[in-house]
Design a protein around this ligand. Structure first.
Ligand code: FAD
Ligand code: NAI
Length: 479
């Protein structure tokens, strides 16, 4: 007789996709297990995945701390606050960041208990198929070793940083996101390869703390996926802050030599360049993680890039096996993973879980922040859609002036005939929060006129969204 523990749903991975799927499945009345192998520095469980441990949460903690440091050093004076003897206590900043991560790890363990999700600390792998009502056998190796039987399996094993050929991460000189969030002393010269989301966020953190930051980007354009007008504005502002961004670089040999790392590259003009850095962050995208899942043993289909193949409903090639988050197609974002996790749990329960990929917001947490939802102007042009655009600069917003942060703008794109909002793009203060209004509006298929007619509190940054919506019809009031 088998000693395997039996569950309706076994989730492999406790990142935002997995832990949320586990909680939602438990809320729906299923018996649920969630397996995750991430350990903290004491060897204990650290659920929350990349997002909690080396992604969203610690990066935002460091972004906030470094922004505070920069404000005290620069903008406080303008507010009439003179601070003498400002110093950086980096060990304390890193300790605080680690504390924020631990609060999130502990919070997830608490939520598992509250929702009666059985947590297993260790690596989960397919161990075969079963006859009868339980479909799959899942092995757990590690602290909570054992075997589980599952009616349904949700694969939520996430992603890892992509390495550059010939420059493996050593997390001492050549850093992935993991090392980039734990540098022990501010490097005098920091190199970053890849001017994407991580490159800009991490580059901003270490520049604010005093590093001379050079970002080498392969593509000739800056933030190609972002609305061009917004990307141009952001590029200008980042350069003004002191980030050195070289576009159109072809990276060659990377040579670490104990204390420093040398990067050879061809710049956009075709000149051979050599740069020497104290640390080098490589942030050129992420690859799906199916290591150790033993996917082959059950015939789980992966695509040529290693993603688990799923349909629109997150169903894999196998019956009763689902996959969500970074390990499947679509944007690698925590909130996208969460939405898929909820939808899958609801589909297992026979409900109609739904994810609207057209309204997944993006945020880059630099200062100013960049946020958008829906189509960019260049996408609309390429698709031949007739549209109207309205923009409003934060310079003309009273709250932004009071904050002392007037950089950037809000831009609303609406269908030329129906006035339905097709995209909203922002660069400026706190736009990570402002973008939610645009997401709600687009979910309800609102017109620009709808936002223009809604009363927004004064003075608030959100008035800029209303003004940009008014500007679609050329009737902005404050600009
Ligand atoms: P993950 O979070 O990667 O979790 C997968 C989990 O599965 C991990 O804990 C892993 O250990 C575990 N696992 C894998 N294989 C096994 C196995 N066989 N057995 C047991 N456990 C296993 N997104 C945002 O939306 N906003 C942000 O601000 C943001 N900031 C980021 C900053 C950085 C520096 C990085 C790197 C990423 C950031 N992201 C952000 C992206 C976000 O972290 C991911 O999209 C999100 O974590 C994906 O969630 P997931 O559940 O699919 O996978
Ligand atoms: P990215 O895809 O955002 O950016 C990678 C950049 O590297 C691109 O600009 C690309 O053109 C460039 N690049 C690729 N190969 C190169 C090469 N050989 N030489 C020079 N440049 C090269 O990937 P990134 O920054 O690593 O982040 C991974 C993902 O993590 C993001 O796409 C996002 O999904 C997620 N993330 C989300 C955040 C957020 O929501 N705020 C924050 C950080 C990460």
């Amino acid at each position: 007789m088998s000693t395997a523990k039996q569950f309706d749903v076994v989730v492999i991975g406790a990142g935002p996709g997995g832990y949320i799927a586990a909680i939602r499945a438990a809320q729906l009345g299923f018996s649920v297990a969630c397996i995750d192998e991430w350990s903290n520095d004491k060897g204990g469980p650290a659920p929350g995945g990349t997002c909690t441990n080396v992604g969203c949460i610690p990066s935002k903690a460091m972004l906030q701390s470094s922004e505070n440091f920069e404000h005290v050093g620069h903008s406080f004076k303008d507010h009439g606050i003179d601070v003498a003897g400002l110093t950086l206590n980096l060990p304390q900043m890193l300790k605080r960041k680690d504390g924020v991560v631990k609060q999130n790890n502990d919070g997830i363990l608490y939520l598992f208990k509250k929702n009666k999700v059985s947590f297993f600390h260790g690596r989960g792998a397919f161990a075969g198929t079963l006859d009868g009502s339980y479909s799959y056998s899942i092995s757990v190796s590690g602290a909570d070793a054992g075997t589980l039987s599952a009616k349904h399996v949700i694969v939520a094993t996430g992603s890892n940083a992509r390495e550059l050929a010939g420059a493996p991460f050593d997390e001492k000189l050549i850093l992935s996101n993991t090392g980039a969030l734990a540098i022990k002393a501010v490097p005098a010269k920091l190199g970053v390869i890849g001017a994407g989301v991580i490159g800009l966020e991490m580059g901003s953190v270490w520049r604010r703390l005093g590093a001379d930051v050079t970002i080498l980007e392969g593509l000739p354009m800056f933030l190609g996926a972002v609305d061009e007008q917004i990307a141009k504005e952001a590029h200008k502002l980042f350069i003004k802050q002191g980030l050195k961004i070289s576009l159109g670089c072809k990276i060659g040999q990377i040579t670490p030599n104990g204390e420093q790392v040398t990067v050879e590259y061809i710049d956009a003009a075709g000149a051979a360049m050599t740069a020497v850095f104290d640390k080098l962050i490589i942030s050129i995208g992420r690859v799906p993680n199916t290591n150790g899942l033993n996917a082959d043993s059950v015939g789980l289909k992966l695509d040529e890039r290693g993603f688990v193949v799923v349909d629109d409903d997150c169903k894999t090639s196998l019956p009763n096996v689902w996959a969500v988050g970074d390990v499947v197609r679509g944007p690698m974002l925590a909130h996208k993973a969460e939405e898929e996790g909820v939808a899958v749990a609801e589909r297992i329960a026979g409900q109609h879980g739904h994810v609207n990929f057209n309204t997944v917001p993006w945020v880059i947490y630099t200062a100013p922040e960049i946020a958008w939802v829906g189509q960019t102007e260049q996408q609309l042009k390429a698709a031949g859609v007739a549209y109207k655009a309205g923009t409003f600069p934060f310079m003309a917003n009273g709250r932004a002036r009071a904050l002392g942060d007037t950089s950037g703008m809000v831009k609303v794109l609406a269908d030329a005939t129906s006035d339905e909002i097709l995209g909203v793009h922002m660069v400026g203060p706190m736009v990570s929060e402002l973008i939610s209004e645009a997401v709600v509006a687009m979910e309800f298929r609102a017109s620009a006129e709808d936002i223009a007619r809604i009363c927004h509190a004064h003075p608030s940054l959100s008035e800029s969204t209303k003004e940009a919506a008014l500007a679609v019809d050329k009737r902005s009031l404050n600009f």
